[in-house]
Design a protein around this ligand. Structure first.
Ligand code: ARG
Length: 468
């Protein structure tokens, strides 16, 4: 046996050394080393449990805890001798432990396998990531709510089919985005419960013959409970799929918001200005100020969906229980976590940089016959059936289109030509302010309702923050 092979923790039954190309192909330490803190936390809890049930002595446990704590410090100061030959983060740390503390180090792996170890590490790591993402979703919501609070009375056109539909307030539009993040936040909190289940104790696949106390270990690590089935626990990666699915959904939301920001900052819409610090220029066209951040956010949605597809395809058709395929879970999961956190962070920072051009927004709402529904409602209130009112207003709009005037610009006499029910109070409903103020109910765009919704959102977000 070569010297190299001696280093393998599993080398006992092997005659010849692993080919170096195989080492390079199978290693995961280059990307799973970021699990080190959670791997060490899991090992410490495991050692404490083994001592509790009498499999380790108290002295062995203390040596292990001290050794692992020292290793964590080594890693954090950059002094840890990472080795690709030792394959993954688990064997790097275990082998270093034995180097440092001797015999007791060799006992740490009693009653566990890397299969339950890695599933435990990833769940612990992801649990922290979910809490970070949850907080970032609250930050993004807060940023939107505070901007909405300043824009409760700002009028803009609301669109359907990207055609001017009815006037709305900008605050109301921003609170629509907030609702998307609110659902995303709920999804994160719900999936956290399914992540927070402990595989440790499942060992390789069938459990272990040592008298382990899994409730003890679960309590040490803050898991809600130990897993119920060892085969499922070592092979399940649903929790990663759920997170990546929630992340893809968040990116889909971000891409919708970003698309609107890109449109609004164009010369054609000219609804907003984005802060200089959050835009970039062109290397050839001196006049350009490009909305690169929203564009990149829009683009990241592709990456987020890709990570979800990667993970789903990785799991498809895998027989029970653990297979080495599972090692690949970390690539999309870690990238998914990094991408989501970066996207939400920059989005929350971008929102206060949105400067609305209120006059342009208002003028755009004046242009598209956006109060036509209000005129129809006016006629209905005067006794005309809605369908007839729709027809009457349609004719008035046709005249407006033909003569290049909005409804509010048509003289009373002209309007009365379409219906004798119209009198001079019609101009109250044809104004933008009258139109939005009339939508005065829960969920409506009236400024008073938007102010109320802002207050409710602030209270709700604060409550979530205090519980995280
Ligand atoms: N590096 C492996 C992973 O990430 C650890 C588990 C390996 N287990 C095994 N029996 N080869 O999945």
């Amino acid at each position: 046996m070569s010297q190299d092979q001696n280093k393998k923790l599993w080398g006992g039954r092997f005659q010849s050394a692993t080919d170096s190309s195989v080492e390079a192909f199978t290693e995961s330490v280059s990307f799973d080393r970021r699990l080190y803190a959670h791997d060490i936390a899991g090992s410490i809890a495991h050692a404490r449990m083994l001592a509790q049930v009498g499999v380790l002595t108290a002295a062995e446990r203390d040596d292990i805890v001290r050794g692992l704590t020292a290793i964590r410090a080594e890693i954090e100061s950059g002094d840890f001798p990472w080795s690709e030959t030792l394959e993954d983060v688990h064997m790097n740390i275990e082998s270093r432990l034995t180097e440092k503390i001797g015999e007791a180090g060799k006992k740490l792996h009693t009653g566990r396998s890397r299969n339950d170890q890695v599933a435990t590490d990833v769940r612990l790591y992801l649990r922290d990531g979910i809490d970070r993402a949850s907080m970032l979703l609250l930050d993004a919501q807060s940023a939107l709510v505070e901007l909405a609070a300043r824009e409760t009375d700002t009028i803009m056109p609301g669109f359907t089919h990207l055609q001017v539909a009815q006037p709305i307030t900008f605050g109301h539009h921003l609170l629509a985005w907030t609702e998307m993040f609110e659902r995303d936040f709920q999804r994160m909190r719900e999936l956290r419960r399914r992540v927070n289940v402990m595989p440790l104790g499942s060992a390789a696949l069938a459990g272990t013959s040592y008298p382990i106390d899994r409730d003890f270990t679960a309590a040490e690590l803050g898991f809600e409970r130990p897993s119920r089935n060892s085969l499922d626990a070592v092979s399940d990666r649903d929790f990663a799929i759920e997170y990546l699915s929630a992340a893809a959904l968040i990116h889909m939301h971000l891409s919708r918001m970003s698309e609107e920001l890109v449109m609004w900052s164009s010369a054609q819409f000219d609804f907003i200005e984005l802060g200089d610090a959050y835009c970039t220029g062109s290397s050839i066209m001196p006049q350009k100020k490009n909305p690169d951040i929203p564009e990149l956010l829009r683009g990241k949605a592709g990456r987020a969906c890709g990570n979800l597809m990667n993970m789903l395809t990785l799991m498809k058709s895998q027989p029970l229980a653990y297979n080495r395929d599972n090692q690949e879970d970390k690539v999309p999961l870690f990238d998914g976590m990094d991408t989501l956190e970066a996207s939400l962070t920059i989005f929350a920072a971008l929102v206060p940089e949105i400067a609305p051009k209120r006059d342009n927004m208002r003028n755009a709402a004046l242009k598209g016959f956006s109060t036509a529904t209000d005129l129809a409602d006016y006629l209905v209130k005067k006794g005309l059936p809605f369908r007839d009112a729709h027809e009457v207003v349609g004719k008035a709009v046709a005249l407006g289109v033909e003569s290049g005037r909005d409804l509010a610009e048509l003289p009373l006499q002209t309007l009365q030509g379409f219906s004798g029910l119209i009198s001079d109070d019609v101009y109250d409903v044809l104004t933008l302010e009258g139109s939005v103020a009339a939508r005065d109910h829960t969920g409506g765009t009236a400024p008073v309702q938007v102010k109320k919704a802002v207050e409710q959102a602030r209270v709700r977000i604060d409550q979530y923050r205090n519980k995280l």
